[in-house]
Design a protein around this ligand. Structure first.
Ligand SMILES: Nc1ncnc2c1ncn2[C@@H]1O[C@H](COP(=O)(O)OP(=O)(O)OP(=O)(O)O)[C@@H](O)[C@H]1O
Ligand SMILES: [Mg+2]
Length: 256
C-alpha cells in the first residue's frame, strides 16, 4: 500500500507512514482547531517536500484570506502557484451552479495528486438550501424521481449529495482531504453525521482550552487499509512550523 506523507511528522507516524494512497479523509473539528491549517500544510509539504501538485478548493475562506493565513505560518502560496505546484480555487457556494462539474474541471485542468475541499459543511449546507428552494438542484443529483414518494428529508438529500460528491472524487487519481465542522458535544464525527461512514478515514481535532495553555489533541478515528495510532495525540499550532503533532505523547484516555 503506497502512503502519501502529510509531511507533518507526528501525524505520518500516527498513520504508520502516511495516508493510504487515494484515500478520502475527513478532518473534523470545532472552530479554530486547525482544520484549514492542516489542509494547507498537507499541500505546502506535498509541493515543497515531495514535488506533488496540490489543489485547494475553498468554499469558506477567500483566496486572499488563505494567502494571509498561510503567510502567518511562513508559507508563500503565490510562489508555489507560480511554480505550478499549487492551485487555489475559491467557490462562493451561494449561487454556484454545477458545483460538482466545476470541481471536476479544476481537477482535470490541473491534474493534482493532492486535493483539499474546505469545507464539506458549507458545500452540503448550501446545496441543501438550494434544493429546498427549488427543484433544480435536487434533480441535479438525480434523485427526485427515484425517491418519490419518499419525503425529501434533509438527511436523504444530504446523503445523496455526499454520495454524488464522493463518486466524483473517487475518479481522481489523488489523495483527498475534506473538512467538516464539529461541535465538541456532537455525537457524530461530522456536521452531517454521514460523511464519516462514506470517507475512508476520519481525523478528529479537539481544542478543549482547559488545564493550561494549549489543550489541543487529535485522534485518527478511522483509516481504512491502515493500522494506525488510535489514541488522543497532543498537537500544537506554531508560527514557525504550523501544526506539530506529538505522537510520542499519545494518551489513552477517554475524553468523551
Ligand atoms: N501564525 C499562527 N501561529 C500560530 N497559531 C496560529 C497562527 N495563525 C492561526 N493560528 C491558530 O490557528 C487557528 C485557526 O486555524 P484554522 O483556520 O486552521 O482553524 P479551522 O479549524 O480551519 O477553523 P474554522 O472552523 O474557523 O474554519 C487560530 O484560531 C489560531 O489559534
Ligand atoms: Mg477553516
Amino acid at each position: 500500500m503506497d502512503r502519501v506523507k502529510t509531511g507533518i511528522e507526528g501525524l505520518d507516524k500516527a498513520l504508520n507512514g502516511g495516508i493510504p494512497y487515494r484515500n478520502v479523509v475527513l478532518v473534523s473539528g470545532g472552530a479554530g482547531t486547525g482544520k484549514s491549517t492542516l489542509c494547507l500544510q498537507y499541500l505546502v509539504n506535498g509541493a515543497k517536500l515531495y514535488g506533488e501538485k496540490g489543489l485547494y478548493i475553498s468554499t469558506e475562506q477567500s483566496r486572499e484570506e488563505l494567502l494571509k493565513a498561510a503567510e502567518g505560518f511562513g508559507w508563500d502560496l503565490e510562489e508555489l502557484e507560480r511554480q505550478k505546484l499549487l492551485r487555489i480555487a475559491y467557490f462562493d457556494v451561494v449561487g454556484t451552479d454545477h458545483f460538482l462539474e466545476k470541481i471536476y474541471k479544476q481537477y482535470t485542468d490541473f491534474n493534482p495528486r493532492r486535493v483539499v475541499l474546505d469545507s464539506l459543511t458549507t458545500f452540503t449546507d448550501s446545496l441543501l438550501v438550494s434544493s429546498a428552494r427549488d427543484d433544480t438542484a435536487f434533480s441535479m443529483v438525480q434523485v427526485a424521481e427515484t425517491v418519490s414518494p419518499i419525503p425529501k428529508t434533509e438527511k436523504i438529500v444530504a446523503k445523496t449529495l455526499l454520495y454524488q460528491l464522493m463518486k466524483k472524487l473517487r475518479l481522481f487519481d489523488a489523495t483527498i482531504i475534506l473538512t467538516s465542522e464539529l461541535l465538541e458535544e456532537s455525537k457524530g464525527l461530522s456536521a452531517d453525521e454521514i460523511s464519516e461512514f462514506i470517507c475512508d478515514g476520519v481525523i478528529e481535532m479537539h481544542y478543549l482550552g482547559i488545564s493550561g495553555a494549549d489543550s489541543r489533541t487529535l485522534r485518527v478515528r478511522k483509516m481504512r487499509y491502515c493500522n494506525h495510532n488510535k489514541s488522543y495525540i497532543p498537537y500544537e499550532m506554531t508560527s514557525q512550523k504550523g501544526i506539530i503533532v506529538h505522537e510520542e505523547e499519545s494518551m489513552d484516555v477517554l475524553m468523551k
